[in-house]
Design a protein around this ligand. Structure first.
Ligand SMILES: CC(C)(COP(=O)(O)OP(=O)(O)OC[C@H]1O[C@@H](n2cnc3c(N)ncnc32)[C@H](O)[C@@H]1OP(=O)(O)O)[C@@H](O)C(=O)NCCC(=O)NCCS
Length: 154
């Protein structure tokens, strides 16, 4: 039905587009972590992060429908071990109206193609325990659990 989704690099020169992505991204943790400290500054924080820390040779793509961003995915190159580089997944999001239509899967497959073209050895990701949908997408696409991430509330 929506095979007309298009995938392209984010346009960082388009302030509205970047702000939309930053705002959606800043809100992601709220859906599974009500204690997450979100406020308006969270948007600015993500804007600064995307502008300064995500480089032109990292992966930052959006899915668009009629010029409207309906999904995004960011993967950053990181050193992993001596002479080994990995891509660490920073974020992935699909607009609620368009979920279940393969947008996240397509973005992840495109990132994987990019990672291979960059000769990266691994893709790394973290998934919140209350986000089983994201966990199962990763498993389906070949990600393996290699470590646990723990935190202690203080
Ligand atoms: C997780 C998310 C990115 C999935 O996006 P999507 O475009 O709907 O995913 P897809 O359509 O590619 O679905 C891929 C598969 O996962 C399944 N799936 C998607 N969301 C699911 C959920 N919440 N629970 C269980 N399965 C789910 C789909 O049914 C599909 O299975 P199939 O291949 O057998 O048909 C989207 O729900 C989202 O944006 N969530 C909020 C942000 C988020 O949690 N991001 C990840 C943390 S950074």
């Amino acid at each position: 039905m929506h095979s007309e989704f298009q995938y392209r690099n984010i346009n960082k020169d388009n302030a509205d587009e970047l702000k939309f992505v930053a705002e959606q991204d800043s809100r992601i943790p709220l859906q599974y972590d009500p204690s997450f400290p979100w406020n308006e500054d969270s948007i600015t924080g993500r804007l600064n992060y995307f502008s300064k820390e995500i480089k032109d040779d990292d992966f930052f793509e959006v899915a668009v429908l009629e010029n409207k961003v309906v999904g995004f995915h960011v993967v950053k190159k990181v050193p992993y071990a001596q002479d080994i580089f990995a891509g660490t997944i920073i974020t992935l999001w699909t607009h609620p109206e368009f979920r279940g239509k393969g947008i996240a899967t397509n973005l992840k497959l495109r990132a994987e193609t990019w990672a291979k073209s960059q000769k990266l050895t691994y893709l790394l990701t973290n998934v919140h325990v209350k986000n089983p949908g994201m966990f199962s997408i990763n498993k389906k696409l070949g990600f393996e659990v290699v470590q646990y991430s723990l935190r202690k509330p203080l």
